[in-house]
Design a protein around this ligand. Sequence first.
Ligand code: BYC
Length: 478
Amino acid sequence: MTTPADYSEKIPNNVSLHEDRRLQRALESWQPDFLTWWDAMGPALPTRDVYLRTAISVDREGWAQWDFVPMRDYRWGIFLAERDPGRVIGFGEHKGEPVWHQVPGEYRSDLRRLLVVQGDTEPASVEQQRFLGATAPSLYDLRNLFQVNVEEGRHLWAMVYLLQAYFGRDGRDEADELLRRSSGSLESPRILGAFNEETPDWLSFYMFTYFTDRDGKYQLGTLKESAFDPLSRTCEFMLKEEAHHMMVGTTGIDRVVERAAQVMVENDTDDVAGHGAIPLPVIQKYVNFHYSVSLDLFGGETSTNVANYFTAGLKGRWLEDRRRDDHKLTDDSIMVDAVIVDARTGEQSIGQTEVAALTGLNTDLRREYIADCQSGVNRWNKLLESAGLPHRLRLPHSAFNRKVGAFAAIEATPDGERISADEWQRRRGEWLPTDVDKTYVRSLMRPVHERGKIAAWIAPPRHGINGNPFDYEYVHLG
Ligand code: BYC
């Protein structure tokens, strides 16, 4: 059993921050900038306090404490999972060697890049979700939004800790930059595409927490394998919090689909818009959008970056230790998605090609992710099936609406049929949310901030939070 963090400290932590005065001072001087950023870019809805989970230790049992907390007083702590003294590197050219507790000089810039990219997504998502509180469908959902937001804030702290503790002056500069870039900004946008998109309504929020947070789960899973032990331990603990974000997305979409199905059955119509629910074709378009931008987050189908990360031991595979191979992959190959050009006619088609396993590792991870995404779709289809409806949702083809990787330069339908740029322009509104769809969804976004009440476009959750009922007063508004 570890001692819970001391919350009277400025920065609660389990990394003995008080023993490193220089680092403590660096983090304490970053803290006011973080709070300024949080005030300007974090949740805009004024609240008195919110029923929140706060990480207090890394124990399997009792790692978090639940209480009503004024948002401004939330304490973002630094927590790394327990150190495993016997841990050795599990993959790449250093396989079998002891893990690193410092950053090897030769991998410094690659590691810093990975931390910066990971760190950049955390505040980005908070920025994207800033105004959602004003239209929350219930106090339960409002609480979940704030929970997700404060934990993304803590994940930013996690990356900033690593940058400041292990990368000296460069790390401090990068920590400042993480607060300077901003989602959707023209001058200094967030690094990855999906984090510059808008999250203007709650359907988008559930889609984001289902599809985009799930990229987080998989990327953190690969960084948890890292030979750089502090990164591994940081990600291990972040994944614990991430499970709640997945739940918010999965059950959020469940509840939207459930409500649509209910209204369809009650009124014997597919046209549920007239009855205040969200039509299945609109839900499908939101799935198409959020899934495809999230596929882009895995980088190119082939990538020398990822091959180098793996070989060096910086970033492993999902569940590396369960893979039945040599964990070095120097002689292996993998089939990856590709645009195949017919040598004779020059015609292009969507297909697959064989590449070295190392350069195909983004594809390997994307496949794990796709299988996981499919489990959500199956779940939503079960809801439709048990409502007695023949309609089904589905994931679009991986070539659909891609801006990164093998399919960036071509257009494809959700069925994976290659089409011309003109046809894409003509038909994209059949597959992606149009202004009309978005306006309709936004028209439903009226706040329901009364205890125990819920908006008409979504079903109530099956369970409340931390054993409390749905009609618990999870948030006291300001
Ligand atoms: N948008 O070699 P390539 C989360 C860049 S989400 C813009 O094909 P690589 C969370 C790429 O950076 C998880 N640029 O790919 C979720 C590279 O640029 P440089 C976040 C992109 O490097 C919700 C160039 O294109 N964590 O935690 O193998 C809420 C060529 O790239 C994009 C991580 O991603 C894009 N979509 O893999 C809150 C883990 N994709 O370096 C939080 C850390 C690629 O040539 N990051 N590019 O200038 C990584 O592991 C890798 O950087 C990537 C890309 C997987 C992102």
